[in-house]
Design a protein around this ligand. Structure first.
Ligand code: FAD
Ligand code: NAG
Ligand code: NAG
Ligand code: NAG
Ligand code: NAG
Ligand code: NAG
Ligand code: NAG
Length: 861
């Protein structure tokens, strides 16, 4: 069913994320996952672990006589203060023919004294769905229709949907709105299309509520939404026969009121860019300042070459000029990115930080993922290189790179500067059970190759009680060099090339002060390295005419790039976007009385931190706030041999936090990641509005992958059997691991680990000739002589652990390979300069140009 694909991302307006997503995860008021899971499990007729009821209520609005199906969360529920109810009425034939419109009833959106807003997603997730946002202001309820390509402030919807109001009301605790939404059930946002089909008798919808009012409340086109703070979720909405009524047309005719608002004054001005300085050309341009890009730019600049690092986002950590922080950090150089205990704020407020052009969570700030992640940092397991990577990238080949990385970022499993580990009760409950079952405790980074029935404390890249990592090491040394340049707030739109030779990159400002124009690399020898991440680098390649033909056609037909897109005679067909991988995440939950003291409210630490803890952190970088939210550990591993002979790696990440409907307090969530050895892969594609989506989900396609997940869960249940007083919440004791695994939807929204990799795979099988590789063993893009990719996208598959240390290692290794390549040369007249399997220079001596003779041969003439 294609609809499940739409669920692929998370619900919500703004940073809304769902619990149970791998790397780090939010608890606050986010119990709604269970509704979502319940809905899907029920509808897909799978054994439901969650037993929720998504059958509608039917009620008649006394004032208008309109009959609605409705769903909601009652006032008093922990999921959302004040609760909400959403009603829908549809045209009479909507259960047999897909409707294009509906009458909606926001019966009671919670608000406080006419403040706040509520939002609904017509496909469920926040991204790639039509979003309705409504809020009260003075005597009016305003609405805006929005559409988001990523987890940031959604754009104004570009299609022809329209809201007209029937009636609205408000009091001190709630507001209500009855409205008609025309052309709302099929959408087209600048070519990105989708819809909610009513004929199947079932919709997947999403909700979010917040108490702060939108900024610019009287100007729907220009509202700002800071963050939602009153819950969110996705639910499956069963439609019954009462939803489709013969009186629909008459009811719809009551919708006569259009609320346009008043924007008073000129509409927002565009972003103000700075022209690229003329006359500059660099030896290297590195695109993207994340886990791959920062070390690469540092190593290239260390050689004395001129390097420009271009980053789309703002500065993050204080050291590099970042400013975003909660009140209690004012007056210090620290930002939200510096303090380990604040890392989960990304799941509460990601606006201006998360990438806006992908439907998965990724950091678009200086540092990329390493600025926003939980900092888990593992010495690589040699089998990962040996199993996943080609010649020249085996464990023995990357050993030097690993030792260089770990000499700069050794990591620590005692991040608090007083050497203590805080709130370890949860760790102790699980470690005790594992130990008794014969699993062995290791210091993870002293024994990287021991990943079968071992457990450890959590190692982090933190140093000095702060985030550390590449930002505090590689970027620091790069910035001391006069030949290193850093541009922030600047997006690379594409590379400019003549056949396989890149001459420049085209940039656009992402915010005021970013650059616009064309930035050149040096003639003949200059090089460009893409390090924009699994989705970002793949997107730049596609916009540069490098990728599968179906994707290049989409770019060619797009409003944004179509008019000046590179001619199809110069397209380079490579499998960009295929081979997408991520650790498959399966969340489980246990409870134990001894866990109690270990729960810590890291969300509260943003607004109103415990003074003792805040002071301890500020004065000596010690205490619980020097550890990552949400109290992570133990980490444990198992390797499972499948019927196909492949050994699959499992990593479990435990944390003191409830999931699904299990409250915080005594609960621990244990997330199982399936890594190296899994064979399932998916695909990333581009939309007509040039955002990227996970269009083919990379999880559990191979039955052996699923067996490993089930066996691993069985083994863990057996291991923890000996812990007295331990209760299994998910799965419950009476449910088999197989039933449990079968009951969880296989969608990114529920299963992702945020470790996306693989869209520009490294390998010897040249993708131009039907192979699977996009880059060669030097990370050079096939069919080019000076374009490289160095980031998570080149990984053939996911490794054993969280991947950032592997990506930094790959960058160390790749930059050495790139620097060792002989400088590019110009071909003499008459020489070969291209062809489908050509791996030499694409440049011709002055006085000649490269001319195509046939598919296999171009010549300097
Ligand atoms: C919430 C979260 C938590 C995580 N937790 C952990 C963890 O604890 N441990 C761990 O090992 N891994 C973790 N990861 C994964 C890890 O952070 C990523 O795998 C890693 O950062 C990817 O590295 P990268 O270089 O490929 O891309 P990124 O680090 O994402 O860097 C890409 C950079 O390119 C920039 N960019 C993109 N497009 C453009 C463009 N067109 N022009 C200019 N700049 C551009 C982006 O702004 C970004 O800064 C986590 C990831 C997330 C999202
Ligand atoms: C406000 O209105 C809602 C219905 O929209 C109702 O449920 C609630 O009780 C009302 N609250 C007050 C304080 O009147
Ligand atoms: C959508 O298209 C309109 C005009 O065609 C343009 O103004 C707007 O910027 C586009 N929005 C996006 C997000 O592409
Ligand atoms: C390039 O596009 C033109 C015009 O759309 C088309 O006729 C031609 O077949 C295309 N060539 C290739 C190689 O795809
Ligand atoms: C603050 O934290 C300390 C431990 O760091 C604890 O002893 C104290 O009770 C906490 N105070 C409050 C008000 O929760
Ligand atoms: C992992 O360890 C278990 C227990 O010692 C053993 O039975 C199993 O074969 C090991 N797995 C692999 C893949 O070696
Ligand atoms: C490219 O193909 C030609 C013709 O098939 C062949 O002669 C040549 O050896 C190939 N070159 C490479 C680098 O594979």
């Amino acid at each position: 069913m294609p609809r499940w694909v739409l669920l692929s991302s998370l619900p919500s307006l703004l940073a809304l994320q769902q619990p149970g997503q791998g790397d780090i995860v939010a608890s606050v008021k986010m119990r709604s996952a269970s509704r979502f899971l319940g809905a899907l499990a029920a509808v897909a007729s799978l054994p439901s672990a969650f037993g929720q009821n998504n059958v509608p209520n039917t009620f008649t609005d006394a004032e208008t006589g309109i009959v609605f199906n409705s769903w909601g969360i009652p006032n008093g529920s922990p999921q959302s203060q004040g609760g909400w109810t959403f009603g829908m009425a549809l045209p009479s034939d909507a259960l047999s023919t897909d409707a294009t419109e509906f009458i909606g009833y926001l019966v009671e959106c919670a608000s406080k004294d006419a403040a706040g807003w509520c939002g609904f997603s017509l496909a469920g997730p926040m991204t790639n769905s039509l979003l309705i946002t409504a809020w009260p202001h003075e005597d009016t309820v305003y609405t805006t229709l929005r559409y988001a390509g990523g987890y940031a402030m959604p754009d104004k919807y570009a299609g022809n949907a329209e809201i007209t109001q029937i009636r609205s009301s408000q009091n001190s605790t709630h507001f209500s709105l009855v409205f008609r939404c025309k052309n709302c059930l099929q959408w087209d946002h600048n070519g990105s299309t989708g819809g909610a089909s009513t004929s199947g008798g079932f919709l997947v919808l999403g909700w979010v509520q917040a108490f702060p009012s939108p900024g610019n409340p009287t100007c729907p086109d220009q509202i700002t939404l800071e963050q939602h703070d009153n819950g969110m979720g996705i639910w499956g909405a069963v439609l019954d026969e009462n939803v489709a009524n013969p009186s629909y047309t008459a009811w719809a005719a009551q919708a006569t009121k259009t609320v346009t608002g008043d924007c008073g004054g000129p509409v927002e001005t565009g972003i103000i860019g700075v022209p690229v300085p003329t006359g500059t050309a660099f030896d290297y341009i590195v695109v993207g300042g994340g886990a791959g890009g920062i070390p690469t730019a540092d190593k290239l600049s260390e050689s004395g070459k001129s390097v420009l690092l271009i980053e789309k986002g703002i500065a993050s950590t204080g050291e590099h000029g970042g400013t975003l922080k909660p009140k209690w950090l004012e007056g210090t150089q620290l930002t939200r990115f510096d303090v380990p205990g604040l890392c989960n704020q990304i799941w509460v407020d990601s606006n201006g930080i998360a990438c806006t052009d992908t439907d998965q969570m990724a950091g678009c700030v200086l540092g990329g993922g390493t600025a926003i992640n939980a900092g888990l940092w593992f010495k690589p397991y040699s089998l990962d290189w040996d199993y996943l990577f080609p010649t020249g990238w085996k464990a023995k080949d990357v050993a030097g790179a690993i030792s260089r990385v770990f000499s700069r970022i050794p990591g620590t499993d005692t991040p608090s500067q007083d050497g203590q580990r805080y709130l370890q009760q949860g760790f102790n409950v699980l470690a005790g059970g594992l130990r008794a079952a014969g699993w062995q405790q290791v210091t993870a980074n002293n024994a990287p190759d021991r990943k079968n029935r071992t457990f450890s404390n959590t190692p982090y890249m933190f140093s000095g009680g702060q985030r550390g990592g590449p930002l505090a090491t590689y970027l620091r040394t790069a910035k001391t060099r006069p030949n290193f340049n850093l541009w922030l707030n600047t997006v690379v739109k594409r590379v400019i090339r003549t056949d396989g030779h890149i001459t420049a990159v085209e940039v656009e400002p992402f915010r005021d002060g970013g650059y616009k124009g064309i930035v050149k690399v040096k003639d003949v020898t200059g090089r460009v390295v893409l390090s924009a991440g699994t989705f970002g680098s793949a997107k730049i390649l596609l916009r540069s005419g490098i990728g599968p033909a179906d994707q290049l056609e989409i770019v060619k037909n797009s409003v944004l790039d179509g008019p000046d897109f590179i001619n199809n005679a110069s397209w380079i067909n490579l499998p960009v976007g295929y081979n997408l991988d991520d650790h498959l995440n399966t969340d489980t939950v246990i409870s134990h009385n001894n866990v109690g003291p270990a729960f810590y409210d890291f969300y509260q630490a943003w607004t109103a931190p415990n003074t003792t803890d805040a002071n301890k952190y500020l004065s000596s970088r010690s205490g619980i706030l020097a550890q990552s939210a949400p109290n992570i550990g133990p980490m444990f591993w198992e390797e499972i041999k499948g019927a196909d002979g492949k050994v699959r790696q499992l990593q479990w990440t435990a944390r003191v936090e409830g999931s699904f409907d299990v409250p915080n307090g005594y609960a621990m969530t244990m997330s199982q990641y399936l890594g190296r050895g899994a064979t399932s892969r998916g695909r990333m594609t581009i939309t007509p509005s040039l955002t990227t989506i996970v269009s083919d989900v990379p999880y559990l396609k191979d039955p052996n992958d699923k067996e490993a997940v089930i066996t691993g869960l069985n083994n863990l249940r057996a291991a923890l059997n000996n812990v007295q007083g331990l209760t299994w919440n998910y799965p419950t004791a009476s449910m088999s691991s197989r039933e449990y695994v079968d009951s969880i939807p296989v969608t990114p929204g529920v299963r992702r680990a945020n470790h996306w990799m693989g869209t520009n795979k490294i390998g010897t099988d040249d993708g131009r000739l039907g192979g699977t590789a996009v880059v060669d063993l030097n990370t050079k893009v096939y069919g080019t002589d000076n374009l490289f990719v160095v980031d998570a996208s080149i990984f053939p598959g996911t490794p054993a652990t969280n991947p950032s240390s592997y990506i930094v290692t790959a960058a160390e290794h790749a930059s050495a390979k790139i620097l060792a390549l002989p400088p590019a040369q110009v071909n003499a007249k008459w020489a070969q300069c291209g062809g489908k399997n050509w791996t030499g220079s694409f440049q011709c001596a002055a006085g000649s140009t490269c001319q195509r003779q046939n598919d296999w041969y171009s010549q300097c003439l």
